[in-house]
Design a protein around this ligand. Structure first.
Ligand code: FAD
Ligand code: EPU
Length: 337
């Protein structure tokens, strides 16, 4: 049995805190309800919403909105060293991470406190603090929104990259991710090299950290840098960190000796978009109820009543300015609807 809502308000279903409505909205709590919704709404265009932490709503939604609330976590295999965990796509990502940490399993701890759902995590291969979803991912089960067919996507099928997967390209909008299987270590390999993790642990007097310590450090660092969507509307990083040629980077170094960089393979360099946006003068910018966060220039924010169009227009001004000043195009990370 499906509960179908009409003109459903989305304000509380997106972390930007943008007012919009869905003409038809269905909360999907089981694979059976998913199949039923595909039958009931056959031939109609569908959009899928998880936690709404990576979408900008620029208009009301005419498509049928399927909100993923499929829960359930189970161990599907186990040996002396590994646990295979299959999680419903509607599980909250951070709760799932905490469940693995409470069991002492390693793999997801550096991805603590990322908002959203498990089912959305493969879409952009979420990443933070030296880890990416793909490092612990085994496979996912997805349902074709047109035919209702259930398909398993293996690791290689997903074509993961930096904030990339097949679901942002040839498979975009075609599949509902129903569950995701992870392989987690019973003897975790701790990753503390990235950013301030090591220093934070040292400050706390922890020299031999476990997964729970790494998670606490990541949470602590994230809370000091990123705005809490419950207080200021945002979607995390609005743009991807761009990859440019070594030659282009060397040229920029002449004018900007403080520019930061990360290795991105032979002849390529990744530069922090936050640095580019800050250096272009946008950090802390505010106009009406929309702006650029004062502590993290990569995060666009809604202080109250900004619309999705306000946010997109601001993003375009930033893109034009960064292109003009550094000859670097910034690609949006968030999904504009
Ligand atoms: P939604 O915003 O609901 O959806 C995002 C996209 O995925 C949409 O196109 C939607 O249609 C599609 N989608 C959602 N669920 C499914 C499904 N089950 N099947 C098929 N398609 C689906 N991201 C990072 O990678 N690293 C970070 O460190 C990080 N930090 C963040 C910090 C903050 C404060 C915020 C607000 C966001 C941050 N993000 C980060 C971005 C965001 O949390 C991730 O992209 C997350 O995976 C989005 O999950 P969601 O359930 O909210 O997806
Ligand atoms: N920086 C600035 N000014 C700013 C912001 C950043 O100069 O206003 C510089 C910092 O000094 C630092 C560098 O940029 O040297 C990187 O900053 P930070 O460590 O904050 O990370 P980021 O590159 O801005 C990325 C991810 C985040 C992820 C963090 C931690 C992308 C697009 N963003 O941010 O992911 O949490 O690293 O791993 O890759 C997200 O995707 O939504 C997200 C928040």
């Amino acid at each position: 049995m499906l509960d179908i809502y009409h003109d459903y308000p989305l304000l509380l279903l997106n972390t930007f805190g943008i007012q919009a409505q869905a003409k038809t909205c269905v909360f999907i709590e089981s694979p059976q309800q998913l199949q039923e919704s595909i039958t009931v709404f056959a031939g109609q265009h569908k959009l899928i919403l998880g936690g709404g932490s990576n979408v900008v709503l620029t208009q009301s939604i005419e498509s049928v909105l399927l909100v993923n609330r499929i829960k359930g976590i189970s161990i599907t295999a186990e040996d002396d060293e590994w646990i295979w965990l299959t999680c419903g796509g509607g599980e909250i990502w951070h709760d799932t991470v905490m469940y693995t940490i409470n069991n002492g399993w390693g793999g997801l701890e550096n991805l603590s406190l990322i908002p959203g759902t498990v089912g959305a995590a493969p879409i952009q291969n979420i990443g933070a603090y030296g880890a990416e979803l793909k490092d612990s991912f085994v496979e996912l089960t997805a349902v074709n929104l047109a035919s209702g067919e259930t398909i398993v996507f293996t690791h290689s099928d997903c074509k993961f990259g930096y904030r990339e997967s097949i679901f942002k390209h040839e498979a975009k909008g075609k599949f509902f991710i129903q569950s995701v299987t992870f392989k987690l270590a019973k003897k975790p390999i701790i990753k503390t090299q990235y950013g301030d993790i090591q220093q934070t642990l040292l400050d706390w007097g922890i020299s031999n950290p476990g997964v729970a310590d790494v998670s606490k450090a990541v949470i602590h660092i994230r809370q000091s840098k990123l705005p809490n969507p419950a207080e200021i509307g945002n979607c995390g990083s609005f743009f991807k960190n761009p990859v440019i040629s070594q030659e282009h980077f060397n040229f920029l170094l002449l004018s900007y000796p403080s520019i930061k960089s990360y290795d991105a393979g032979p002849g390529k360099v990744k530069v922090p978009a936050g640095w580019l946006i800050e250096t272009a003068g946008w950090k802390g910018f505010r106009e009406g109820d929309y702006g650029v966060h004062e502590k993290q220039a990569l995060v666009l924010v809604n202080y109250g009543s900004a619309t999705g169009s306000n946010i997109i227009a601001l993003a375009q001004r930033i893109q034009a300015d960064v292109l003009h000043k550094f000859q670097i195009p910034l690609e949006m990370e968030v999904n504009a609807w």
